[in-house]
Ligand binder design. Structure first.
Ligand code: CA
Length: 220
């Protein structure tokens, strides 16, 4: 679903992995352990992780959050790219998945940059807003339950500074967004959010066909 870029041939995907990105040992070890997990398809592709790392450098990110941490690959990419001064608030509900994340973050020496909060993400985001953190984040990555995306997007718009960036994963949903026979709640939620963002004057945006589709929305 998202460990590779949609529509890229196996040969070209291998080529991109070889000469289109750098992945250090810590990231590779985490990706390889996750590949053996039954839910491995929930991990972002390494080229997407690399892209997000460059984005962090471009926007000079220091304070970020993510909704949906899974085994910690995206948080590791972002935390490494920001350097020791960077912070990631990582939101998830799974003790099982994030125990893998915590082990790898510790081994990579970046555990102190990542603040893992195990609770329903909407509750954690509401608490961040209540704590007066509106307008203080540089970057938000949304990659969790698809029916929650609209809520996470709205909270992210509050928490980000002007010029801050939201990245939304799985917006192409393995192509299901254009399969009109697919009326599952997840697919409907993604279609509705995609349609909303393209017309949302609060952001400038671009939908990228990387991984399973990644929308970038920059808060005006
Ligand atoms: Ca995803």
């Amino acid at each position: 679903m998202s460990r590779e870029t949609l529509g890229l041939s196996e040969g070209l995907a291998a080529y991109v992995h070889k000469v289109g990105m750098r992945e250090d040992d810590a990231l590779r070890l985490l990706r390889e352990e996750t590949a053996a997990h039954p839910m491995a398809r929930m991990q972002i592709s390494p080229e997407q992780g690399q892209f997000m790392s460059v984005l962090m450098e471009l926007i000079g990110a220091r304070k970020t959050f993510e909704v949906g941490t899974f085994t910690g690959y995206s948080a590791m990419c972002v935390a490494k790219a920001m350097g020791p001064a960077g912070r990631v608030v990582a939101l998830d509900v799974s003790e099982e998945f994030t125990s893998i994340a915590r082990r790898h973050w510790a081994k990579a020496g970046i555990a102190d940059r990542i603040d893992l909060r195990l609770a329903p993400a909407a509750d954690s985001l509401k608490a961040m807003i209540a704590a007066g953190e509106n307008g203080s984040y540089d970057f938000a990555f949304i990659d969790a339950d698809k029916t929650g995306y609209d809520t996470y997007y709205e909270y992210a718009l509050k928490l980000l500074r002007g010029g801050g960036l939201i990245a939304i994963d799985n917006v192409l949903w393995s192509g299901r967004v254009i399969d009109l026979k697919d009326t599952t709640e997840d697919t409907k939620a993604l279609r509705a959010l995609n349609q909303k963002i393209v017309g949302d004057e609060r952001v400038t945006m671009s939908m990228l066909p990387i991984g399973d589709g990644l929308t970038l929305a920059r808060k005006r």
